[in-house]
Design a protein around this ligand. Structure first.
Ligand code: GLY
Length: 444
């Protein structure tokens, strides 16, 4: 039996916890902020602390003395939790602070692309003050380019604003840039980039510092409401296909995306040292091929719930290979199954979510339907379950094709009740066809 320390308490970490426990070869010790009922049920011991509390994590790690640690969310990576764990002798899945900058500093990421001439670079400029912002945006306006304004640091997915979505035009982008400096959002530094037009997809890789092994691509749905309307969220659900591609992506597009990520891993190593963990590339498929919107230094949430259930290998062995730099010795495979994941979220999410409302989840009925249930931001108190302000729980259907997988997820989600909502359209052929059509039109 191996002892594994898991950091994080969302649905992504529930998927990680399940995958680690699949062969019953590990004892799990989890540090998380809220008591996730799914994770706590399969953990030997739980420490309820903030995932950014370095001292609490160190204390728990020294008490448990795990053989391996797995870090789920980005915030602990950004403050050097992996560095601390390696220092006290614990092999860790999740990059150290400097390589994690690929997510935690948008400026580091774009500069890396420029310096190492990685394909898919785009027009951008970074600013430490408002000086020069107006001139740069005016230059973009004159070129007919709409912009994206990104605080440089982590903002919990709420800082990036895009012209045509949250911002009316490039003039409004200037106002938002001003606000970032005034309110010190995301560290009070920003980057302005050209807006990419196309269809988004995500590609994940297991990375051991030298080798990257890719997982099937997934498509997430960041908008809160059906038909891709409403505010941007952490992701309302996602799907993946049985052929390990997506219907709007050619083999060539996928190869190009893989090449970009491979080159990024090599560049990170040269620049700041080896990257060991999960690398998540959020791509926009444009008419000029795939381009990186941003990287995450961890599994996507919800994407982890599409990928981990169809991983054929023992995830514990994959994690050991990541930490030991031995991925080249592994033959990693995924089942040829389609997956559809749908999230339930509190009413009002993400802008004004209702909080601390009781939620009712019929685990047995969901299991009978054949779906997988993952708990997210739910608090267990006195045997009852309560929502927080974040995403509450997700169901995943796994089947031979998308249609079947969607049917399973849709039936299962009916057995979650409360002051919640979800997107019925995720994984439906109607919505997927819209993506295919959009890409066809752009490519004409
Ligand atoms: N799927 C969005 C994220 O994990 O950040």
């Amino acid at each position: 039996m191996m002892d594994v320390l898991l950091i994080g308490g969302g649905a992504r970490e529930h998927a990680i916890a399940r995958a680690l426990k699949k062969n019953n070869s590990v004892k799990l010790y989890t540090l998380m902020k809220n008591k996730n009922p799914g994770i706590s049920k399969i953990s030997e011991k739980v420490s309820l602390n903030a995932e950014t509390d370095l001292n609490a994590i160190k204390k728990f790690a020294e008490e448990v003395k795990p053989d391996l640690a797995v870090i789920g969310p980005e915030a602990p990576l950004g403050i050097g939790v992996a560095d601390m764990l390696w220092e006290i002798g614990i092999p860790t899945v999740g990059p150290k602070k400097l390589p994690a900058q690929i997510e935690t500093s948008k400026e580091f990421m774009r500069n890396l692309f420029k310096k190492y001439k990685i394909k898919g670079s785009l027009k951008y400029s970074a600013f430490n003050s408002y000086d020069g912002v107006e001139e740069f945006i005016d230059k973009m306006t004159n070129l007919g380019i709409e912009v994206v304004v990104k605080p440089v640091g982590l903002t919990g997915g709420k800082g990036v604003k895009v012209v045509g979505e949250q911002l009316k035009d490039n003039e409004e982008a200037k106002e938002y840039a001003k606000e970032i400096f005034e309110k010190s959002i995301g560290g009070g530094k920003l980057i302005i980039e050209e807006k990419l037009v196309g269809v988004e997809f995500t590609l994940h890789g297991f990375v051991d510092g030298k080798t990257i092994i890719f997982m099937p691509p997934v498509q997430d749905h960041p908008h809160a409401y059906e038909n891709d309307k409403g505010p941007i969220t952490g992701g309302m659900g996602s799907y993946s296909c049985s052929d390990h591609n997506l219907p709007f992506l050619t083999e060539n597009d996928l190869d190009e995306a893989k090449e970009i990520m491979k080159n990024t891993v090599e560049a990170i190593k040269k620049e700041v040292g080896a990257y060991q963990g999960i690398l998540y590339g959020q791509f926009m498929l444009t008419v000029d091929g795939p381009k990186i919107i941003e990287y995450n230094a961890r599994f996507g949430d919800p994407e982890a719930m599409n990928l981990l259930p169809i991983l054929k290998n023992d995830f514990v062995e994959v994690c050991n290979a990541i930490a030991n730099g031995e991925l080249n010795k592994m033959n990693i495979e995924f089942e040829n199954k389609a997956t559809v994941c749908k999230y339930v979220v509190p009413q009002g999410y993400p802008l004004n979510p209702v909080k601390d409302r009781e939620i009712f989840i019929d685990e047995d009925k969901i299991k009978k339907i054949g779906a997988i249930l993952y708990y997210a931001s739910i608090n267990e108190k006195d045997g009852k379950l309560y929502t927080t302000g974040s995403r509450s729980a997700a169901v995943v259907g796994v089947a031979d094709n998308i249609k079947e997988a969607e049917k399973i997820a849709e039936s299962a989600i009916q057995h979650i009740r409360g002051d919640i909502f979800y997107r019925k359209d995720i994984g439906t052929l109607n919505l997927i066809n819209k993506r295919i059509e959009k890409m066809k039109k752009l490519r004409k």
